[in-house]
Design a protein around this ligand. Structure first.
Ligand code: NAI
Length: 500
């Protein structure tokens, strides 16, 4: 059986942990070895009042069971103070679960300026999550580790009568989380969002008793724990969770239609004429980033500029001029050579973060070291002429605009250590062409040899912005996983270095 997920040595801060969902998280983390800060202001469901009782009771419950916990009674708007409680008690902060929340339902027509601007809803949910997370952020960055949860709601995702204020704040949290996921990635800080459904004082007045019984907070907590575990790679995602079910959500976009022609005004009539196509979800893409989103617009621009659009017929937002992929797939690019000396290898190592201050790096940055070596990932640089030389533009059937090419993913297999100086001969071929909706992906396999010996294999995945939507396949068995494999046991000692 797989080993249980433990949180020994980890410090977790759960806001609004005096009851409902937050209490379930706090208890579950503590049971699995974490030190927990139980934060709760102890007010009522509308945010009125204040009491230390709620947090104290949960802390007492955790300690009774042999766990470690301290209480914090501050409002989440005082994020610095709450995080200080964690640092004072346990010396660090690893995990923040932004959970505190209140409800003040009011129909949109009755929501006044004052309600919106001064209402506690935004202050507790959005500002509170911001304050607590920002207070923890630098500590997480310094320790190169952090896990953050934002608590959204189905009301934010789908809208709900009487909850204009609440849903705006709740979807705001998703936007915040999506950006933190991007900004935190390089520091191993992951941020995910959940939209839970659970029986609590917040829902007890709106849901029947038997349903509440089936929606225990304990059926949400396991997802939160998994997302916050160091072995979980999930980042920037949104999940609905309740009653023992968990589902992941993503954005879906129709293929859409181009409704403008070169040198012609864009008209509402053209929008109307294409409305069915614009809203047709039979064919969709799932953009996952701003780049995915704007990429297809750039594709549209070139399509319009080339005059290849007619508003009488509907067309793909990112249609492509590529055809005849049969000719392209398997095409062998001209072989090429990459010569290097210790100087280039050292420049690369310095460029990716090796330092003379770190004794273990010395062999990568000082040619006088007795065990001087090239960083294994230098092999990617030696093979990248395949995609940088312009030869790709000559592949029959591809007709790529090289100004729209982005480096997607990278796979590397090393069979031998790179010689400390030398000249590698590389052979590259097009392994496959995929249709990713807003763009196409070209897979290039590159084999590099030193004299007659195969040293390494690279797979470059090249994203061509705006050239997707041609009805091609979305995946291929030629795609390599996005990891690095070292085939020779005597290279294992260098594996950690690959993390640069
Ligand atoms: P709950 O009312 O049982 O728990 C919320 C806790 O947050 C309370 O103990 C409260 O004292 C605390 N709190 C409120 N304002 C605070 C502040 N300024 N500072 C510190 N603590 C504060 O509610 P429940 O159901 O456990 O909700 C937890 C979170 O899940 C909330 O963010 C809620 O909006 C969200 N949610 C819950 C759903 C459900 O089905 N229960 C559905 C969708 C979202």
């Amino acid at each position: 059986m797989a080993s249980p997920l433990r949180f020994d040595g980890r410090v977790v801060l759960v806001t609004g942990a005096g009851g409902g969902l937050g209490r379930a998280y706090a208890l579950a983390f503590a049971e699995r070895g974490a030190s927990v800060v139980v934060n709760d202001i102890g007010g009522d469901v509308k945010g009125d009042g204040k009491s230390s009782l709620a947090a104290d009771k949960v802390v007492e419950e955790i300690r009774r069971k042999g766990g470690k916990a301290v209480a914090s009674y501050d409002t989440v708007e005082a994020g610095e103070k709450i995080v200080k409680t964690a640092l004072d008690a346990f010396g660090r902060i690893d995990i923040v679960v932004n959970n505190a929340g209140i409800l003040r339902d009011r129909s949109f027509a009755r929501t006044s300026d004052e309600d919106w601007a001064l209402d506690l809803i935004h202050r507790v949910h959005l500002r509170g999550s911001f304050q607590v997370t920002r207070a923890a952020w630098d500590h997480m960055k310094k320790q190169n580790y952090g896990r953050i949860i934002m608590t959204s709601s189905a009301s934010g995702i789908y809208g709900n009568f009487g909850q204009a204020n609440y849903s705006a704040a709740k979807l705001g949290l998703l936007g915040l989380s999506n950006t933190l996921a991007i900004e935190g990635r390089k520091s191993n800080i992951h941020c995910n969002t959940i939209a839970p459904a659970a029986g609590s004082r917040m829902t007890e007045t709106v849901l029947p008793e038997d349903i509440l019984e089936g929606l225990k907070p304990d059926y949400v907590a396991p997802l939160v724990l998994w997302l916050c575990h160091e072995s979980c790679d999930e980042n920037g995602s949104l999940f609905e969770v309740g009653a023992g079910w968990i589902g992941k959500l993503r954005w879906q976009r129709t293929v859409g239609a181009i409704v403008r022609q070169r040198n012609q005004p864009m008209t509402p009539e053209a929008v109307r004429a294409n409305w069915a196509k614009i809203c047709d979800f039979d064919n969709t893409s799932t953009p996952q980033s701003v780049q995915d989103s704007t990429g297809s617009m750039i594709g549209v621009l070139s399509k319009i500029d080339s005059g290849g659009v007619s508003t009488n017929r509907t067309s793909h937002a990112a249609s492509t001029t590529t055809s005849g992929f049969d000719e392209a797939i398997g095409y062998q690019l001209p072989p090429f050579y990459s010569a290097y000396t210790e100087l280039e290898a050292i420049m690369y190592a310095l460029g990716v973060g090796a330092s003379v201050k770190d004794p273990k790096d010395l062999k990568f940055v000082y040619e006088g070291s007795s065990d001087f070596s090239c960083l294994p990932t230098f092999a990617v640089v030696l093979a990248q002429k395949s995609v940088m030389s312009g030869d790709l533009g000559a592949v029959p059937g591809l007709s790529i605009n090289l100004s729209k090419v982005l480096h997607g993913e990278q796979y590397l297999e090393l069979y031998k250590p790179l010689p400390r100086t030398g000249k590698l001969r590389s052979e590259a071929r097009v392994a496959d062409v995929l249709d990713k909706g807003s763009g196409s992906v070209i897979l290039i396999d590159v084999y590099s040899y030193y004299e007659k010996e195969l040293i390494c294999y690279n797979q470059f995945s090249i994203f061509v912005v705006g050239s997707g939507g041609f009805g091609g396949k979305q995946s291929s068995d030629k795609v390599k996983p996005n990891i690095c494999v070292v085939k020779d046991s005597y290279l294992y000692f260098e594996l950690t270095i690959l993390l640069y």
